[in-house]
Design a protein around this ligand. Structure first.
Ligand SMILES: C[S@@+](CC[C@H](N)C(=O)[O-])C[C@H]1O[C@@H](n2cnc3c(N)ncnc32)[C@H](O)[C@@H]1O
Length: 562
């Protein structure tokens, strides 16, 4: 097959056809991978598995004015610096260089082109973090953020950046990580053909089908608003966590990422849950007293009628349905609400998955259709949160999979969740084998296979970080492997397994370009320190924007056996 064939997929809208990065208005940090990046992404078998996103900082090339050894300069904690943000790095943080030194500092909510004063808050190995104190001149492509919480909320960080500039910055980030962590040479003309322009999201607001809000014992407000609002911050809160704080909740009446009907339900709950006669209290993360922990709102569609279906899930610290009764009565009157659930989570942790689950009203699942199939979704099942863009993502996966369609091929679907990817491919495959750690997701995958009359799919519960030499005995040799790990990427055991398995094609779907770049490096170039040889060639890498206004980036990578 010709190099760099683009899986096209009808209906895709790509923002631009310009050559790679041409037209960016800021100086691209021409990078060699910094020691920081190497230390974050160990090339040993002990790949970090924390859920915390990996921070990658690529080191800018030193200019003539800059010190040859920027690391000899290190700003002090508390020191203020005048900075210009050059680009966005992982987690959406602004990357800046200290004048005359090239020393890197990262600043949350600094956007490309913005000139500002920052105070050093943390020193890391070879970079520092700063907090913005004052903007001197605003960023490029500045727009007015439509959400009133945009400057404080941890959800959206770039609402005030023109959407086209957001996707350009994401595309640049992927490019740098693939070049520097993945070690795919920028100078190689073939590599340029491999990298595709990002697929933007046509729907930039109201795209999320699931939101999780938290109850808190105190409303959190940023210092500047605290002064205006007086004592109001003492009230109970229902909303989103302040960025980086598990104990601080920003009260929210409306979130522009979810649908209007979901916002109406949120507003109705906000309207009454503090009423003293209901006797409801938010869970206290310190004393572990209190009842209400989280409010999850999920949206789907009735498969027959296309009507919206809303699920409301109250996560509580104990089972007391009588306490929830007034809220259930109020929100069950909304025509879109078809399911009210109660997950009871008695642990002190912050998770919304309960040890017990009760149906308080209506049914226990909602439905959604994706790529022409019907899916039943329970309160705790993983389902792509942007259904509109998931259609496009799955189409890209299907295009990359290039199934012959004669029913002769075996598909291995690793990290299969509720089986959505494998099931959308099953009609063209001989058999699909899906593996996933969450029991409930496996039950959902089996139920969804039945619901769609699919008999050639087998779903198995198991931990893919703990596979042994017997793993390959559970299925015939696959022709195509789909791997869709969560943020920490693939464990070295799985990488070794795939390199030995030598399936003709791997489609790597990633929600973290940093760990994706690392794993692509292993699969294509091997791990020389461990005498592991790579045996794949990267044929295409397609970034997809699933989550406008947030730092998250999805990528679909197509690898062929050499
Ligand atoms: C990004 S989701 C992908 C789900 C699915 N492919 C889809 O598109 O809906 C990653 C999945 O990996 C599962 N997972 C995480 N760690 C795992 C492990 N160690 N072994 C197996 N599955 C794991 C998660 O439960 C989650 O369902």
């Amino acid at each position: 097959m010709a190099a760099a064939v683009t899986p096209t997929g009808g209906g895709l809208r790509r923002l631009h056809t310009r050559p790679w990065l041409q037209g960016l208005r800021f100086t691209t940090p021409v990078c060699s991978l910094s020691t920081l990046a190497s230390s974050c992404l160990s090339h040993s078998s002990s790949i970090p598995h924390s859920e915390e996103p990996t921070t990658i900082v690529t080191k800018p090339k030193t200019s003539e004015n800059e010190s040859k050894n920027p690391i000899s300069y290190f700003p002090k904690r508390g020191q203020t610096l005048e900075l210009v943000c050059e680009t966005l790095a992982f987690k959406g943080k602004g990357l800046c260089k200290v004048a005359d030194t090239g020393f890197i500092v990262m600043c949350d909510r600094a956007l490309p082109g913005e000139k500002f004063v920052g105070r050093v808050t943390r020193r890391k190995d070879n970079y520092a973090e700063v907090k913005k104190v004052k903007t001197i001149s605003p960023h490029w492509d500045c727009v007015v953020a439509p959400c009133e919480y945009a400057s404080y909320c941890g959800g959206c960080k770039t609402q005030n950046l023109l959407y086209e500039a957001q996707v350009r910055a994401k595309e640049q980030q992927v490019h740098e990580l693939i070049a520097h962590v993945g070690k795919f040479s920028d100078k190689d003309p073939e590599f340029r053909g491999v990298m595709k322009a990002i697929v933007p999201c046509d729907i930039q607001f109201h795209y999320r089908n699931k939101m999780e809000f938290s109850f808190g014992t105190r409303k959190w407000l940023p210092p500047e608003l605290l002064l205006q609002e007086g004592d109001e911050n003492n009230e109970y809160a229902l909303g989103l966590h302040a960025p980086g704080f598990f104990d601080k909740v920003l009260n929210i009446d409306k979130c522009l990422l979810q649908s209007d009907p979901a916002n109406r339900v949120l507003a109705a709950i906000q309207d009454c849950w503090r009423d003293p006669q209901f006797g409801l209290s938010p869970y206290n993360v310190y004393s572990h007293g209190g009842f209400l922990k989280h409010l999850m709102l999920r949206a789907g569609r009735n498969i027959e009628t296309g009507q919206l279906e809303l699920m409301v899930n109250f996560v509580t610290s104990s089972y007391k349905p009588e306490l929830l009764k007034p809220l259930v009565e109020k929100i069950s009157s909304f025509p879109d609400v078809v399911s009210i659930m109660n997950n009871v989570n008695t642990s002190v942790g912050n998770t919304s998955v309960g040890e017990e689950e009760y149906t308080l009203y209506g049914k226990s699942t909602i439905t959604e259709s994706l790529r022409g199939l019907a899916f039943q979704i329970s309160a705790n099942s993983f389902f792509q949160t942007n259904t509109h863009q998931a259609e496009i993502l799955y189409q890209l996966i299907e295009d990359c999979a290039c199934l012959k369609g004669d029913g002769s091929e075996i598909v291995l679907d690793l990290f299969c969740g509720t089986g959505t990817i494998g099931l959308t491919l099953a009609k063209r495959a001989r058999h699909v084998y899906g593996f996933e750690i969450v029991d409930q997701a496996i039950s959902d995958a089996r139920r969804n296979a039945n619901l769609n009359g699919i008999c050639n799919a087998t779903f198995v519960q198991g931990d893919l970080n703990k596979i042994d030499e017997n793993f390959g005995k559970y299925f015939p040799k696959p022709d195509i492997v789909i791997t869709d790990p969560n943020r920490p990427g693939m464990h070295m055991k799985l990488i070794r397994f795939l390199l030995n398995l030598k399936a003709a094609r791997i489609i790597y779907v990633s929600c973290n370009p940093a760990t994706c770049a690392r794993d692509l490096d292993y699969l294509c170039h091997g791990v020389p320190e461990q005498n592991i040889s790579g045996c794949y060639k990267l044929r295409s890498l397609q970034p997809v924007d699933m989550f406008p206004h947030t730092p998250h980036i999805e990528c679909v990578c197509w690898l062929e056996l050499c």
